[in-house]
Design a binder for this molecule. Structure first.
Ligand SMILES: C[S@@+](CC[C@H](N)C(=O)[O-])C[C@H]1O[C@@H](n2cnc3c(N)ncnc32)[C@H](O)[C@@H]1O
Length: 329
């Protein structure tokens, strides 16, 4: 790379983001059944716990996605038209992203990496590591909620490969997913490509074990949302009074992650001026993780105005990376 190494990170976690959190949490806790958005798992501790999850033997998605990227990144980059820019939504530690960056570097097309993540700490530390590893790389990071701020992704850096890895798209409900993908399609130019990582449908036992490891790391990650609410919203959740629940809903083809109240209890959230009652045994959903088939994904893309152009899976067919574009481009 001939260009100069630079790091620019814009932070958009402003008063609006705090207001969004307050209204999301209020709406979720007053809903029946109660529900919290998974984006609130990810403070610094939440990001660390997620990294630990990705290293668990039971949690096959990260390992499998990494294997596909390790083996096929050159092919993916070539199929994507050797883009100069890699945008990554929910970039986290960008651990697997190195395979794509290295493949782009190897063919000489890599110029800019745009990490987009809600966690400020991890975005800064990832950027600092990457400029060491890829001299000449320009980093133009965005710390924001990608659901709210998608349109902030720099438009002047095409052709772009926009990666959305880790199965994060599976955390969206079908209507949210359709709207989100349609917004992405509206931002894409004909040379841009989207690379989406999705977990595939498989046996219940493997799925449930992946989200409920015996060492309890996933349980701690799930309960971290309560700690975030305690700190950000002056709440008094006692994480020990909630149990982690991970069930596969085969009808909806998704993991359903919840926290079950172990007692009848009242929780107050001072910042919201709200008191919430939990019955003993009441469950509050904290995340879904949808599982897909190729046919279903083709329908999901078509509904959002996109087209499947490439399909990369592991030998066992556990996980897939889809390369997607605007139709006919
Ligand atoms: C499931 S992790 C995936 C991390 C990494 N891409 C991987 O594949 O291992 C989700 C990542 O998305 C980020 N994230 C979750 N919701 C987000 C949102 N609404 N806006 C921006 N980032 C978000 C989290 O901070 C976390 O780094």
């Amino acid at each position: 790379m001939e260009s100069e190494t630079t790091i620019e990170i814009e932070v958009h976690l402003d008063a609006d983001a705090a207001a969004t959190m307050r209204s999301d949490v209020r709406r979720g806790l007053l809903a029946a059944p109660k529900e919290l958005s998974p984006k609130y798992f990810y403070d610094e501790r939440g990001s660390q716990l997620f990294e630990q999850i990705t290293e668990l033997e039971e949690y096959y998605p990260t390992r499998t996605e990494r294997e596909i990227l390790a083996e096929r990144s050159r092919e993916i980059v070539a199929a994507a038209g050797c883009p100069a820019t890699l945008v990554e939504l929910g970039s986290g530690s960008a651990a697997k992203t190195r395979h794509l960056l290295s493949a782009m570097e190897a063919v000489g097309c890599l110029r800019t990496y745009v990490p987009v993540d809600i966690s400020e700490e991890i975005t800064h530390s990832t950027a600092a590591c990457l400029v060491e590893e890829y001299p000449g790389l320009a980093i133009q990071g965005l710390v924001c909620d990608f659901e709210r701020d998608l349109e902030r992704i720099p438009a002047d850096l095409e052709p772009r490969l926009i990666a959305f890895l880790g199965g994060t798209v599976g955390n969206l409900y079908p209507d949210q997913r359709r709207d989100f993908l349609a917004r992405l399609a509206a931002l894409m130019e004909s040379g841009d490509r989207l690379l989406l990582g999705t977990d595939l449908v498989k046996e219940r036992d493997r799925l449930e074990l992946a989200y409920d490891d015996p060492a309890g790391v996933t349980a701690e990650f799930n309960k971290n949302v309560l700690t975030v609410l305690n700190r950000e919203l002056g709440a008094n959740f006692d994480p020990d009074l909630f149990a982690h629940v991970a069930r596969y809903d085969s009808g909806e083809a998704r993991m359903d992650i919840r926290l079950r109240s172990l007692a009848e209890q009242t929780v107050s959230l001072d910042v919201l001026d709200l008191e919430v009652e939990f019955a003993a045994g009441e469950e509050m959903r904290t995340e879904i993780s949808a599982k897909f088939t190729r046919d279903r994904l083709e329908a999901v893309y078509a509904e959002a105005g996109l087209e499947l152009r490439g399909w990369f899976t592991d030998a066992a067919g556990d996980y897939a990376l889809s390369l997607v574009s605007l139709p006919g481009s």
